[in-house]
Design a binder for this molecule. Structure first.
Ligand SMILES: Cc1ncc(COP(=O)(O)O)c(C=O)c1O
Length: 399
């Protein structure tokens, strides 16, 4: 490791983890691999936290970027001029979505998508109560942080948005707390931070029904689970429960920064008022380069080569995990998986060995017994086998 770069990294880049980060001095990313500057190859089994769903530097994404680069970069704040890449992306994406999710607000990140969704809910029912679930993370801006599913961490930033209620995830009874005072409920269909814990269909059905009954808007955060991760384009499709607002980002951009919230024509109309751009605005939201990359990635994910193969690839990983006695539980769907170990000490050691052996996995925000396994959807069977052998070796060395 270049000691000067390590020094510069610590000296100038604001650090958000108190403990020692896993520093890889990145030279290149291609397909499912990342190389450091000493030539060490890592297989990326987390897709940079569900961003590189079509792998690193996918040729179709690069081609779209090159073509767009020849035309224009930034032109004008979002929503003022017509920009073809935004239209093409919005049309293609909305064609994949149900009738009540047909209008899209393009932004730059997941946190911004959550902010926009909360604002839209406020405009809809003028209520203040936000309900979210224990062990959920929806972003780092003040509004998104207000919905964080961890009270001690939230309290560090008090006062956040008022009237926040935290409910237990995947438990139907507490959903009775949703009332005529509730502005919106924010939920993941599969909770990433707790180790890809799935909610049962009964829970999601009751959640939908309670929101409808009380005029509260249901916001699904598919910022990690979206864009093919679970074997469907969006995780909510598995259960047939449709939100009022869908928040997306990460895998949306094929490696470029982009996010969005999507809702109905009628709801989105609430952002439109006599104060131009004051319903919601973003200078870089829907950047043409990001939209071009996003459309290319979306078309590839939706092709017969990618989406229909995700479940079988996930099953292949699960079969490998079954051979590891130290893996006590596996949660998730498709290529949105987490391996749960007996305790956090073993998990930390496994992760340390994984990095040493050239296998990138990642710890999860609210469950330190689990490691995320979310490789690019474009990973081949051979690459899965190669990666999982490294994972098995790492577990053997850790215990
Ligand atoms: C489930 C979920 N929601 C929201 C966010 C926030 O997205 P961003 O970091 O793009 O603001 C993240 C980021 O990790 C996330 O995992």
């Amino acid at each position: 490791m270049n000691s000067r770069n390590r020094h510069l990294f610590k000296r100038y880049i604001a650090q958000a983890s108190e403990f020692e980060p896993f520093i890889i001095d990145v030279a290149k990313g291609e397909g499912v691999y990342v190389w450091d500057k000493e030539g060490k190859k890592y297989i990326d089994f987390i897709s940079s936290i569900c961003v590189n769903n079509v792998g690193h530097r996918n040729p179709v994404v690069l081609k779209a970027l090159e073509e767009q680069m020849q035309k224009y970069l930034h032109i004008m704040v979002y929503g003022e001029f017509i920009q073809q890449p935004q239209l093409d992306l919005a049309e293609t994406l909305c064609q994949c979505l149900p009738p009540n999710l047909q209008k899209i607000f393009l932004l730059n990140s997941g946190s911004e998508a959550i902010e926009g969704a909360i604002k839209l809910a406020r405009l809809y029912n003028h209520r203040s109560e936000i309900i979210s679930f224990a062990n959920s993370y929806h972003g780092s801006t003040i509004g998104a942080m207000s919905a964080l599913g961890n009270e001690p961490i939230r309290q560090r930033f008090d006062p956040l948005l008022p009237d926040h209620r935290l409910l237990e995830y995947d438990n139907e009874e507490p959903l009775d707390a949703i009332s005529d005072k509730t502005c919106c409920v924010i939920a993941e269909v599969i909770q990433s931070g707790s180790g890809m814990k799935e909610a049962h269909a009964g829970f999601l059905r009751k959640l939908r029904q309670k929101c409808t009954e009380h005029g509260a808007l249901l916001i699904f955060d598919e910022i990690q689970s979206g864009f093919g991760r679970t074997g469907r384009l969006f995780a909510f499709e598995h259960e047939g429960i449709v939100p009022d607002i869908l928040c997306i980002a990460k895998g949306m951009g094929g490696g470029m920064p982009i996010g969005a919230f999507i809702s109905s024509e009628a709801l989105m109309e609430l952002l439109n008022n006599e104060h131009p751009l004051m319903g919601h605005a973003s200078t870089f939201g829907g950047h043409p380069m990001s939209c071009a990359a996003s459309l290319a990635a979306l078309k590839l994910i939706n092709s017969p080569e990618v989406l229909p193969k995700v479940e079988a690839k996930g099953e292949r990983i699960r079969r490998h995990l079954q051979e590891i006695p130290q893996v006590k539980e596996v949660h998730g769907k498709g290529l949105f998986l987490a391996a749960h170990f007996e305790n956090s000490r073993i998990t930390a050691k496994v992760q340390e060995r994984c990095m040493a052996n050239g296998f990138i996995s990642f710890w999860l925000l609210f469950n330190h017994q689990a490691l995320g396994l979310t490789p690019p959807l474009t990973i081949t069977e051979e690459e899965i086998d190669y990666g999982m052998e490294l994972f098995k070796k790492s577990v053997r060395e850790a215990v």
